[in-house]
Design a protein around this ligand. Sequence first.
Ligand code: MN
Ligand code: MN
Length: 321
Amino acid sequence: MNSKTLSFQPVSGMQVPRFAGIPTFMRLPHVALEDAHISQVDIGIIGVPWDGGTTNRPGARHGPRQLRDYSTMIRARHPVSGMMPFELRNCADLGDCPVNPADTMDTLARVTDYYKALHNAGVTPLTAGGDHMISLPVLRGLAQGGPLGMIHFDAHTDLFDSYFDGCKFTHGTPFRRAIEEGLLDPKRVVQIGIRGTTYDDSDLIWGRQQGIRIIPIEEVYETGIDAIMHEARAIVGQGPTYVTFDIDSIDPAYAPGTGTPEIGGFTTFEAQKMVRQLDGLNLVGADLVEVSPPFDPTGGTAWVGVSIMFELLCVLAGRQS
Ligand code: MN
Ligand code: MN
């Protein structure tokens, strides 16, 4: 294939109806990491179909396929900013990252290698999980130039030390590992929407000792979303920053299809407003995790997920660099 002839435009719903055709992410062309066209890709959308870090109800391994299907309903233009991300940046569906469903440590190695190669190819990743453990190897791939800042939307801190007497790699532990490994600068990490019952407060105590700004959802509503996002932007500043969005930050009334739901969460509109306020930050990548299709019989959670992915894509596309 001639590397100059690939169109990075999505298949138009005016040419082929959105329910028809092969469901790539947002109807974009498929470009694999090993293809020559990878050098032309600015933003790659990748699935990581893995849920071996799940401690409760599984199924997020099926997330990427379901999210691809629902993403075909996404159109080209952002309704508020008017941005046309697919005209601003070359975007592509890079397919699914290699995983090993029977081996956590091997999966961590495979995902790390993949994201290192992606980073070296100059591609900014927008990842669809998978459970939240996958953010750890993604960060290993992206933080090669030093620790990153992070804005983290979640009902949970994912800062626990271990599960089941010493298991260090679960979806409840990735950001503790990431800080221990020097992938994140804890003073440039902010967690928004924390709530729900826990076994203890060791996550909060450890996280605050590190300097992480942990914002329970009560504080978000008392302070207001605009002020919280203003603070979050100040915390990460203009240094390189990752965004991770756990679908369970949204109320299970809107997004029940997830393994660890917690009531009292964000509305979908509040989530859109928060992500839109990441515009202009120095973002090195983003992910949307924990959509579990077996708990999503209507498909509504996948639709929320891909809609948030489009918001994330727009703030990635709007970077200055
Ligand atoms: Mn999480
Ligand atoms: Mn969570």
